[in-house]
Design a protein around this ligand. Structure first.
Ligand SMILES: Cc1cc2nc3c(=O)[nH]c(=O)nc-3n(C[C@H](O)[C@H](O)[C@H](O)COP(=O)(O)OP(=O)(O)OC[C@H]3O[C@@H](n4cnc5c(N)ncnc54)[C@H](O)[C@@H]3O)c2cc1C
Length: 444
């Protein structure tokens, strides 16, 4: 509908085009460059204002939809020196989906109809952690308690819907026709009933080191605007509603900027360099395949005890692996066609995103909506802050900015307290807090 409307009002559209870089000079953005996925033609867009709306990433995990989420916008914005924030603390830590079946999302619907989660011992563990809401708890709680069960040796986590009756199943077929049919095709659902338990897992660490924007969705770099998940999570929450509203406002702001500005700024002859960079991997057709590098990256960042159940030294180790990939593998990436060329660029942006996420996560020495073993407290004295980063020349500049809670109608108290996500397992005797760290019980 949006596309049709844009066509009707005369918006020129270019499809199947991979945007590889923003065009910028003298601190101002003046457009973007990229190549056509089919013809390989190089495109240069010169503009008075530019809106970045490239979405987020899940490190191309196994779950549906995740391969398409590229992290390109974060990389492009970073390289032109835009200010980014929020890589460590997404507004939505992770979802939970079937681990070995290519279906989802839909957890809310299965749980809504009465499905439950069981651990490897068959226990309905969410009853213990969250007696009132159980499986209908918020995602940060569900994912945290999945991780704690796994850490205690009680994984895999399984969804049990075998008790659902005909009415539940009818509604599920109406709401989730494709996943239900997929379950049928592998024998999980037969004769109108769930016959087997389904393994579930977190969808992996999401992250958004997004562009810092103001209320008009203007970034701190002149003539650059951002919308949706390309923005930092402090400005735009995950979801279609926020993507649509931020897009509408960013578009109007960008139009005002274009109307009020004098003309297109020069690019200081950058186009030639960006063209060379865009096609560089084609000159190394026998180089490393992007999928090989992707697997290495996923092995570094996706295991649950790196970014979902955090601990400083484990994250440092993961960061070293990511930096090795950055320094040794990325320069070797090669592409033998335009498809692989795009994947090479995506890899570059994903590796940078992982680096930014880990560095920010290491800095945030507290537990807020994501578990951190070595800092189990929510620290509203020192950490009501955003962690910011910007590229300055060849170095990364990191700093924090205070969240202006004094302006908020509902402001948290400035105090340090054991995070809710740790208080629950502490009260259940699963962990204890000693010397400011989490100690795990020995129960198996
Ligand atoms: C599996 C899944 C289920 C979800 N379910 C829900 C739900 O039920 N309800 C809900 O509200 N939200 C849901 N979300 C979240 C929602 O989809 C996102 O918040 C929303 O789509 C973000 O919109 P966006 O415009 O910022 O980014 P996107 O919708 O991701 O759009 C970004 C676009 O930019 C393009 N792009 C990226 N890089 C480049 C490049 N280099 N060159 C050219 N084009 C590029 C991409 O191809 C894509 O079309 C779900 C997300 C996922 C992954």
């Amino acid at each position: 509908a949006l596309r049709k409307h844009a066509q009707a009002i005369g918006v020129e559209q270019v499809n199947r085009l991979y945007v590889s870089e923003l065009l910028a000079g003298n601190g101002e953005v003046s457009g973007a460059v990229g190549f056509h996925q089919y013809s390989g033609d190089f495109y240069v867009f010169r503009s008075r204002s530019t809106v970045l709306a490239t979405g987020s990433t899940y490190y191309k995990g196994i779950h549906p939809g995740q391969r398409d989420c590229t992290a390109d916008g974060f990389g492009m914005a970073y390289r032109i020196g835009a200010t980014l924030c929020g890589g460590e603390q997404n507004d939505q830590p992770a979802n939970a989906m079937p681990a070995r079946v290519d279906v989802g999302p839909g957890m809310n619907k299965w749980m809504g109809e009465g499905a439950v989660f069981r651990n490897a011992k068959g226990e309905r563990f969410m009853e213990r952690y969250s007696p009132k809401l159980k499986e209908r708890s918020g995602l940060p709680q569900i994912i945290a308690f999945f991780c704690i069960e796994a850490r205690m040796g009680r994984a895999p986590i399984l969804m049990d819907a075998t008790h659902l009756g005909p009415e539940n199943m009818e509604r599920l077929y109406q709401m989730l026709p494709l996943p239900q049919r997929e379950f049928e095709s592998i024998g999980v659902v037969k004769d109108g009933k769930f016959q087997k338990l389904v393994e579930f897992c977190p969808t992996g660490p999401t992250t958004r080191p997004g562009v810092v924007v103001d209320r008009n969705y203007a970034s701190r770099t002149a003539r650059l605007f951002a919308a949706g998940e390309a923005c930092s999570p402090s400005a735009v929450v995950t979801g279609l509603a926020a993507a649509a509203t931020s897009g509408a406002r960013a578009g109007a702001s960008a139009a005002r900027c274009a109307h009020d500005s004098n003309g297109i700024v020069g690019d200081n002859g950058l186009v030639g360099e960006l063209r060379e960079r865009a096609f560089g991997p084609l000159a190394r057709a026998g180089g490393l395949e992007p999928d090989h590098v992707l697997l290495e990256l996923q092995e570094a960042v996706i295991p649950y005890d790196v970014l979902l159940l955090r601990e400083g030294s484990r994250m440092e180790r993961a960061l070293k692996r990511v930096e090795t990939i950055r320094d040794q593998d990325l320069p070797m990436l090669g592409a033998y066609d335009l498809h692989y060329l795009r994947l090479c660029h995506e890899m570059r942006n994903l590796v940078l995103t992982a680096e930014l996420q880990l560095k920010a996560a290491i800095q945030r020495t507290e537990t807020r909506n994501i578990l951190r073993e070595d800092y189990p407290f929510t620290d509203n004295v020192n950490w009501l802050k955003w962690i910011m980063v910007r590229k300055e020349g060849d170095r990364q500049k990191w700093w924090t900015e205070d969240i202006p809670i004094e302006r908020y109608p509902l402001a948290p108290k400035r105090e340090v307290e054991l995070a809710y996500l740790w208080r629950v397992p502490r009260d259940l005797g699963i962990v204890s807090i000693q010397d400011g760290r989490v100690q795990w019980g020995s129960e198996k």
